[in-house]
Every structure is written in structure tokens, then in C-alpha cells.
Design a protein around this ligand. Sequence first.
Ligand SMILES: NC(=O)c1ccc[n+]([C@@H]2O[C@H](COP(=O)([O-])OP(=O)(O)OC[C@H]3O[C@@H](n4cnc5c(N)ncnc54)[C@H](OP(=O)(O)O)[C@@H]3O)[C@@H](O)[C@H]2O)c1
Length: 387
Amino acid sequence: MATTAVPEPTAVPEPTDGRPDGRATRGGERWRATRYIARDGLRVARTGPGHHDTAAAAAATADGVRPTAGQVGKPVSLPPPSGETHPEGDSRPTPHTREETLMQTVTTVTLNNGVEMPILGFGVYQIPPEQTEQAVGDALAAGYRALDTAAAYGNEEAVGRAIRSSGVAREELFVTTKLWISDAGEDRARRAFDTSLRKLGLDHLDLYLIHQPYGDVYGSWRAMERLHAEGLARAIGVSNFHADRLVDLIDHNEVVPAVNQIETHPFHQRTDDQAIMRERGVQIESWGPFAEGRNNLFTHPVLGGIAAAHGKSVAQVVLRWLIQREVVVIPKSVRAERMAENIDVFDFRLTDDQMAAVAALDTGESLFFDHRDPAMVSRLGNVTLDA
Ligand SMILES: NC(=O)c1ccc[n+]([C@@H]2O[C@H](COP(=O)([O-])OP(=O)(O)OC[C@H]3O[C@@H](n4cnc5c(N)ncnc54)[C@H](OP(=O)(O)O)[C@@H]3O)[C@@H](O)[C@H]2O)c1
């Protein structure tokens, strides 16, 4: 009965310079940082790496070569290219340098235990293990610092290899993995955590999630509370928990989950779930922000119209819409140009009318499956992982 990579729906930082959060800014980041704090009310986190490192690295990234260890974080100033326009899309002279335009500034959310989590990261579900090292390497080179994997994805080792060869410092990263159902329970969860950590080649996780709300969830949570207390998991949380299960878990345990990762996209918006999570101090994280392209999301006329108005893509509008709702997003792509596109969502803002137009697309239903469907509960509960 051993099966791998089945379980998701489709198969079925420097000295501070006075920033409000006390973190350092680098080179030209300050201009953008101020702007985003004002617009989002969210904190500014990390910046993209390869594009603003040494001159050598800047030249290398232009050729698609990743920066290596020691190149990250050393600013280089380049002249603005001729004809560069203001980020709002008009022809005013740009107020920032080329260095700044090449950087990505990802804001963070503060979890209920004070841990900062990037609001945008990179998901690796359905990336075959043999393609994962390249994909994660490309994502790190594009500026992503949060990575979302799972024991059930079968690619934790490849994620670990990509992290090691990227040269990005561990403290710059926010790494999430997840506990599968067949490892539920206090002892098993502990062993599964150790296995994931070994496969990833890490000595701690930033976020460890219960992947599905099935099996001995309470035993798993006790193990995870201990992992958290021991500092091995900076934050712990859940995934695919409907509000009733989430509240039950909260009300009968010590640690409140920091995150609930659930299907969230324009056709299934989860506003009621988000309201309850907000009341309870749980951060919502979207999986499937593009609904994996279902419902013709990428060619949807409403989303397309908003995208055209901003000179952005539908993918960027969807991510921006989620981020303005303070939903953490972890889009997946195996294509470097889409990775760059998907992280480039911090230089525009949807208007209230545009937010409302996207809100009107909600069907209130999953495009994948219902986590309360008995047949699916049983099916997923029978999926075990290879060692
Ligand atoms: N907790 C859970 O149960 C659960 C379930 C599902 C997913 N997740 C997590 O959430 C992450 C994201 O969800 P997901 O991977 O299911 O789906 P998704 O991010 O909604 O969609 C990924 C699909 O969109 C395409 N795509 C990406 N960027 C694009 C762009 N700019 N333009 C056009 N197409 C684009 C990708 O194709 P290419 O790769 O060819 O670019 C891929 O087919 C996962 O990777 C995983 O980490 C968790």
C-alpha cells in the first residue's frame, strides 16, 4: 500500500537603519520598503538575492547563473536603463536606481508567537523530485525565501540539496514541511519530524504543519508542541482544517496553531474561515492560489481586465489580491520566468473596486474536494509514504 506524492487534491539580514521592525535594509531597498509599509500595513522582510549582489553576481544572473555563497547581500549600484518608467506606469523619471528596480521586497506577517513569515513563498507540490533541486534553486535565485514542501511530496531531499547549493544563509530562509496522516500520533509524529529534518538536511524547521485533519491529530499536536518548546520548530500549525476542527484543537491544547494552510483562491475565498482564524490568532495561508489553473483562471475576463489596467498578469493580480487580504501565498511554478513574475507583486495595489470585483467571483466551494467527504477521508487515510 506504499504510495508517495499522491495526497494533494489533484491526484484525486546587517545593522538596522531605523526601520519599524528593526531589521536591516540593504542598498536601495529603503525607498520601496517605506512605500510598502505605508500601503500594506505589513512589515518588510527580506529582499531578492541574486539581482543586487556583487557586480559579478549581477552580471552572472543576467546570464541565468545563480549567485554563489558570499555574493549575497553586497549591494551594487547600476545606472537606470534608458527609458525606464515609473513603477506606477507613467513616464515620470524613476525615483530609484536600477539596483532597486531589480530587487524584490517581500513583506512579512507576524505569527501568533512573534515569528515573522514571508507573505509570499514558493510551493513544490507536484514537482517531481528530479526536477525539484533545479526549481528551488531557480526560486531562491529569483528572491524567494520561503519554501513549502511536505513529507508526502517526496521531494524534501531535493529541497535540501537546493538550499545547500544556493549559498543562501539558513537564517534568511523560512522552511515549511508537513506531517502526513500515516505518521499521526505522538511517537510517530516525532519520528516523522526527525526524518523530514534529516531529508532536508536542516537542524530546525520554521514551520511544521499537520497536513490533513485526520488520524491521531491530538497525539501529533502534543508532539509538535514539544518540538516547538525545544526550538526545533519555530512555529507549528495545521492544514486543511475547517473552522470547527481548528477551534476544537485550539480549545483543548496549549499552543494555538500559528498557521492554517487551506485551499484559497478567487473561486473559493474562505472569508468566513479567515475571520475565525483572525479571531483566534491563526494566520491563513493559501494553497492553490491559482486554483492550479482550474475554471480557466488565467484567462478569466474579470481578472484579465484588472491585470490589463495595471499592466500586470492575471497571476500577479491573483497573488496581489490575496496579499491585500493578508493571506500568505505559496505559488508553484517550474518555470523561472513565472517564478520572477509571481514574486513581482509588490509594486502595485488593487483598488477597492477591483478587490470587490474579485470578491464577487467566490463560489464558496472547493474546486478540488471536500475535506469532510467520507470517501475522501478514507482514501487519504489509506495513503502511506515510502520510507
Ligand atoms: N496543504 C495542502 O493540502 C496543499 C495542497 C495543494 C498545494 N499545497 C501547496 O501550495 C502550493 C501551491 O499550490 P499548487 O501547486 O497546488 O497550485 P497553484 O500554485 O495554484 O498553481 C500551480 C500551477 O499554475 C501554473 N503557474 C504558476 N505560475 C503561473 C503563471 N505566472 N502563469 C501561468 N501559469 C502559472 C503552474 O505551471 P508551471 O509549473 O508549468 O509554471 C502550475 O500548473 C503547492 O506547491 C504546495 O506547496 C498544499
